[in-house]
Design a protein around this ligand. Structure first.
Ligand code: URP
Ligand code: ZN
Ligand code: ZN
Length: 453
C-alpha cells in the first residue's frame, strides 16, 4: 500500500463505520476492519476522526470574464483553495466564445487550465451562448470528448433566448447530456433595474430589490415546463428561493428528472446582507432572499429534494466590488466560496442539522452520479483516493488570512465552524495538511465524464 489510514470512521452516503482504508496507485485498494498486517511506509492514524470522500464542487467560475473584469481565481488558485477546504474536484463553467464550437471551448479551457496548473482534478461544463452556425450539431462531439453537461443562462448579455434554451434541451436528449440552467427572468429584472435607476435607487440593496423571489421563481417554473414537455432532464443551478424549491419539489413528485443545486450562501445569509456597509461584497446573482426562502432551502436539504450543494465560486477583488459602491449595476456578480462549502456543510452535520452521510451525499456522491464522474464521489474500492480526514473537535473561525484563494476578502469572515478538515488527499497524494496547502501546481487533471446514454 502507498497509504493506510487507520482507526478512522468511514463515512459513505449511507452509513458510518470504523475501518482502515488502504490506497495503492491513487485508488482506494482496500477497506477492512484491521490493516495493521499490511506493509506500508505511510500510515496515518485517524483515531477520533472521520474519513470522508473529497467533495465535488459542481459550480465554479475560474478566471471567468464578467462585468468588465475576470474572476480572481484561476485554475491553480481556485483548486488550491478547494483542496484546503476538502474539495477534490471542481467543475468550471467555461463560456463559449462567439463562433466557437462546444468542443473548441472545452479544449481552449483545458489548455488554459493546464497553463494555470490545477492543484486538484477538474471537469468542465460548457456554457452555451451562441447557437449560430448549427452550433448544436457540435454537441455530440463535445459529449464524446467527456463534456456531458452544458449550461444556459436565462440572464446576462451572454444568456440565450427562450427558443434557444428549448432547442438546447431538445439536443441534450439526443446526445445524452444534461443541461444546467441559471433561471431568472431577464426582462423583469431589467425593467426593475431601470425603474430603480431612474429613481436614483442604486445601493446594493437594489440589486436584491430588482431580483426578488418571483423573478427567480417564475423562471424556475418556465424552465421546468419546457423540460417536462420534452421529458428532458434538467439541473437548476444555485437555487435561492422558496418558489423555486416548491416548483422543483412538485416536479420531482411528478416523476420528472429535475435536479436542484443550492449554495452555502443561500443557506446562511438573507437579503439583509445587502443593507450592510459591505453589502456590495455579497452581490451575486441570484441574490440572497428572505428568511422564508432560507428556511425552505434547509427543509429541502433535509428531506432530500436538494440534490447537490455547490458554491458558484466567482470571486472578485475588493477594488472591483468597490466600482459599484454607489451603483449596484457596476458590481461584478459573485463571491468566493470553494474553500468554505464542505467545512460549512460538515459543521452543520456536526451540529446535528443533517447527518454526515447526507452531507457526503449532497457534496460528493450526488454530483459524481449526476454528472457522470464515475471514478469520484465515494469511498469505495476502485475509486480515486480523494479523501478528507475531518476532526469533529477542531474549532475553526474563517478569516481572510486563513483562506487560500487569491481573493482579497471573504463574505464568510468570522464564521465559526465546529469541526474542520485536517488533511485532504487527491488521488492518494496529500494536498492539504492542517492549515497548509502542500499540493503541487499541475497535479490536477481534466476528468472526462460519461454521457447519460
Ligand atoms: O453572481 C454570480 N453567480 N456570478 C457568476 C455567474 C453566475 O450567474 O453563475
Ligand atoms: Zn448563475
Ligand atoms: Zn455560477
Amino acid at each position: 500500500m502507498d497509504l493506510i489510514i487507520r482507526n478512522g470512521t468511514i463515512v459513505t452516503e449511507r452509513e458510518m463505520f470504523k475501518a482502515d482504508l488502504g490506497v495503492k496507485d491513487g485508488k482506494i485498494a482496500v477497506i477492512a476492519g484491521d490493516l495493521s498486517d499490511l506493509p506500508c511506509e505511510n500510515v496515518v492514524d485517524a483515531t477520533g476522526k472521520l474519513v470522508l470522500p473529497g467533495a465535488i464542487d459542481a459550480h465554479t467560475h475560474l478566471a471567468f470574464p464578467f462585468g468588465g473584469t475576470v474572476s480572481s481565481d484561476d485554475f491553480f488558485a481556485g483548486t488550491r483553495a478547494a483542496a484546503c477546504g476538502g474539495t477534490t474536484t471542481v467543475f468550471d463553467y467555461s463560456g463559449q466564445a462567439k463562433g466557437e464550437t462546444l468542443l473548441e471551448t472545452a479544449k481552449r479551457r483545458e489548455a488554459e487550465a493546464n497553463e494555470d496548473g490545477p492543484a486538484v482534478d477538474y471537469a468542465l461544463h460548457v456554457g452555451i451562448t451562441d447557437l449560430s452556425n448549427n452550433l448544436l450539431d457540435t454537441m455530440q462531439e463535445a459529449v464524446d470528448y467527456g463534456i456531458s453537461s452544458f449550461k444556459v443562462y436565462m440572464v446576462y448579455d451572454f444568456g440565450v433566448k427562450d427558443g434557444d434554451f428549448y432547442q438546447v434541451l431538445q439536443k441534450s436528449k439526443e446526445t445524452g447530456s444534461l443541461i444546467c440552467v441559471h433561471a431568472e427572468n431577464k426582462e423583469v429584472l431589467t425593467t426593475l433595474t431601470e425603474q430603480f435607476a431612474a429613481e436614483g435607487k442604486l445601493s446594493p440593496w437594489y440589486h436584491y430589490a430588482s431580483r426578488p423571489e418571483f423573478v427567480a421563481g417564475e423562471a424556475d417554473r418556465r424552465a421546468i415546463a419546457w423540460a417536462r414537455s420534452l421529458n428532458a432532464p434538467l439541473y437548476i443551478v444555485h437555487m435561492s428561493d422558496k418558489e423555486g424549491v416548491e416548483a422543483v419539489t412538485a416536479a420531482k413528485d411528478e416523476g420528472l428528472e429535475i435536479y436542484m443545486e443550492t449554495c452555502p450562501h443561500y443557506l446562511h445569509f438573507t437579503r439583509d446582507v445587502f443593507k450592510r456597509e459591505d453589502g456590495r461584497n455579497f452581490v451575486c446573482s441570484p441574490p440572497m432572499k428572505g428568511q422564508e426562502s432560507l428556511d425552505a432551502l434547509w427543509e429541502a436539504v433535509k428531506r432530500g429534494d436538494v440534490d447537490t450543494i455547490a458554491t458558484d465560486h466567482c470571486p472578485f477583488q475588493q477594488s472591483e466590488k468597490d466600482w459599484g459602491k454607489d451603483d449596484f449595476r457596476k458590481i461584478p456578480n459573485g463571491c468566493a466560496g470553494v474553500e468554505n462549502m464542505y467545512p460549512y456543510i460538515l459543521s452543520k452535520a456536526n451540529e446535528g442539522v443533517i447527518s454526515f452521510p447526507r452531507a457526503v451525499q449532497i457534496c460528493a456522491a450526488n454530483p459524481a452520479r449526476i454528472f457522470g464522474c464515475t471514478q469520484k464521489g465515494s469511498l469505495t474500492v476502485g475509486k480515486d483516493a480523494d479523501i478528507v480526514i475531518y476532526d469533529p473537535t477542531k474549532e475553526f473561525t474563517v478569516h481572510q488570512e486563513n483562506m487560500h484563494s487569491d481573493s482579497d476578502h471573504t463574505i464568510w469572515e468570522g464564521l465559526e465552524l465546529h469541526g474542520y478538515p485536517v488533511q485532504t488527499y487527491s488521488r492518494g497524494r496529500l494536498v492539504y495538511d492542517n492549515g497548509a496547502f502542500v499540493g503541487e501546481r499541475g497535479w490536477g487533471k481534466l476528468i472526462k465524464r460519461a454521457s447519460r446514454k
